[in-house]
Design a protein around this ligand. Structure first.
Ligand code: SAH
Length: 266
């Protein structure tokens, strides 16, 4: 991969609008080398709130570390992506608080602690020669925040959203951030994205009653899946599934509250 060329601008985020009966098709690969998200500035940025200061994110990262997040790469990535650029202007003051926030169409962006925790579980101490996880699939792009953080941790990210309005919102939020290794797809994430498989990791931001079989099918041996899922008690918990040569190994972790996983696009 080229590393010495300067990134060109504007970045091209790959998008698709498949019809309802078809799975997403292969996005075009962007040609630009990867750039730092910290260096990018979307066209519209809230002014005068002090949110542009890296100190605000540093405080959030400090809190995440106090809450038990230990993966240095996850902490660095969380400290790099400017969360306030993904949050609606009326809520922007709460961007770095440990709270979930509405992102429109009845959906929410998870609180930073949950994002960091899930990413740490996804990484699970695994890294390639470049210090990254390989190709990753995200189900539920939402506003694009977690996808942006993931793009710093994985070599390639495919992120699927079923709501056109949010897919467009993420595309607009991410446009100026120059993220060539992030591919946004409009489609039903319950069928995964076969063309990118096998994945070194799969992460879902919406919870269903059971794991869609496509997800475990599309997971590489040795890879992990992290998702919210309904428990027998009718609650929701984070689960981690590892695909081993001997089969799937599932762990049920702490209780969480995620929006429902739904099928089809809308
Ligand atoms: N990671 C997101 C959080 C999004 S909330 C962020 O950083 O903003 C979860 C998202 O999952 C919602 O936008 C919802 O529309 C989406 N979703 C639910 N079911 C889905 C499915 N089957 N395929 C793709 N996206 C889905």
């Amino acid at each position: 991969m080229a590393t010495t060329r300067r990134p060109s601008f504007p970045a091209r985020l790959d998008t698709l609008a498949p019809n309802k009966s078809q799975p997403p098709q292969a996005p075009r690969r962007a040609a630009q080398p990867q750039a730092s998200l910290a260096a990018a500035r979307p066209a519209v940025a809230p002014q005068g709130l002090g949110l542009d200061s890296s100190a605000v994110r540093a405080r959030m990262v400090q809190k995440l570390a106090q809450q038990g997040i230990t993966d240095a790469q996850v902490l660095t990535a969380m400290g790099t992506v400017e969360r306030h650029r993904f949050v609606d202007s009326a809520l922007v003051n709460q961007s770095y608080e440990d709270t979930s926030l509405p992102i429109g169409l009845g959906q929410t962006i998870s609180k930073p602690n949950v994002v960091a925790r899930m990413l740490e579980l996804l990484m699970g101490g695994r890294r390639d020669a470049q210090g990254k996880l390989g190709r990753v699939l995200e189900i539920g792009t939402g506003c694009g925040y977690q996808a942006a953080v993931l793009s710093l941790l994985a070599s390639e990210v495919y992120s699927i959203e079923r709501l056109r309005g949010l897919h467009e919102k993420a595309r607009s939020n991410l446009r100026a951030l120059r993220v060539p290794n992030l591919h946004l797809l409009l489609g039903d994430g319950m069928i995964g994205y076969e063309k990118g498989a096998p994945y070194a990791g799969i992460i879902a931001a919406a919870g269903g009653d059971a794991l869609p079989p496509a997800w475990t099918d599309q997971l590489a041996v040795g890879a992990r899946l992290v998702a919210p899922m309904a428990t027998a008690e009718g609650r929701q918990a984070l689960i981690v599934v590892e695909k081993t040569p001997q089969g799937l190994k599932q762990s049920v972790l702490e209780a969480v509250q995620f929006v429902p996983l739904k099928s089809g696009i809308a």
